[in-house]
Design a protein around this ligand. Sequence first.
Ligand code: GUN
Ligand code: ZN
Length: 449
Amino acid sequence: MRVYRGHLLHIGGAPRSDDVQAALVNVPDGALAVDGSGTIAYSGEYRGLPEAAAAAEVIDCRPGFLLPGFVDTHLHFPQTHCVDSHGGGQLLDWLERCIFPAESMLVDDEYARGVARDFCNRRASVGTTTALVFGSAFPHAQDALYEESIRSGLRTISGRGIQTVGPAAAGPLLTDDETAVALTRNEIERWHGRDGGLTQVAVVPRFALSVTEATLRALGELYDAVRADGVYFHTHLSENLGEIDAVRARYGVQHYLDTYDGRCAGGGVSLLGRRSVFAHAVHCSDHELSRLAETGSSIAHCPTSQLFLGSGTMPWRRTTDSGVTVALGTDVSAGDEWLIPRVLNDCFKVHISETGGQSLSIPPADLLFTATLAGARALDIEDRIGNLDAGKEADFVIVDPGRQALLPQLLARIDPADADRVLFTLLMNMREEALDGVYVRGRRVTGSG
Ligand code: GUN
Ligand code: ZN
């Protein structure tokens, strides 16, 4: 047993998304007791530590903060080296000019392994304990990703990016349908549930324009067969207006989501469900939002990326009011920022700037929720991670304000009992250097060397 003493901040319990503020837990002199299996045995006031923890080693993190590990529900492993990409246009230009060629470079095994190391190191540095990771087309690169993730001690859900059609620049990333299904099935067999469940696999068609109706039908059948094993589904949805026009023209659908919902002309099995996460959903119709909500599917909201590619803004109120779970994604590399609190910073600014009477000053508790517990909910592992409640697996970060210029001065002006102010200051201002420890299931995440 180990006890971490510090200022606890998290969203306790399992609140509905419209009732998060009442669930904000703020314990200025708090303790987190972690048992030998990496489970939180106690969480609360330091002076309330139970007898069983009295003899435990105490790691004094004061004046530091203990927060749940950050959950990034959408980022691209093969784009680790691409956060500087000037595409000369929006999504489709950027993909063709910059991203397809860059992702093709992972055909080289040694290069792919280096990218996997860099990717896991960045995640460890920014406290992203759990991530839903859009994978490489190349199985050897995916192997490298899982191996490095396990070595680092990170919690990773991923799947190879499936593409069966595309422009010439995407050539090296394409396979036929049969190969696409076989490679994904093989990835599931080899990696799903590994490392005591820290490693999980998803079925990941890049987006409707990177596959055909036949591919989606085949993936529907595959997903139907593995859904019960807890395999995930992940893709992009309704990010960019040019993309949406192209999807409508290609598939003859009114709603982009229909392509994933077994509603193309040829029919098929729906890919929606409790473990299905759709990145962006910026321009969704009411029908699409209600289908996402009624099937228990979730949205990975990526405001930094939406700014970078000029995609528009996911309407916060309309989307959350629909009942769909909205979690946060960096979308590295269209999102040019790895640190989840920096993405929250953009999230706050983007939604207070919404027009048409939709401007919203998102409360600090909702920001934290989106980056932690909502992520766990979107990934269907809310019973295990997402906050610091006793009984959960101990995924947490230690924030030491003394490591960051000016942060101690900002915090010194705030009453520690003023949860909203303390939390807003931390989430809007903290930078990576303030992180002083990242833990998954009670084990320190090391980076992969
Ligand atoms: N849509 C299809 N592929 C991508 C990608 O790599 N990034 C983003 N942001 N959107 C996509
Ligand atoms: Zn993306």
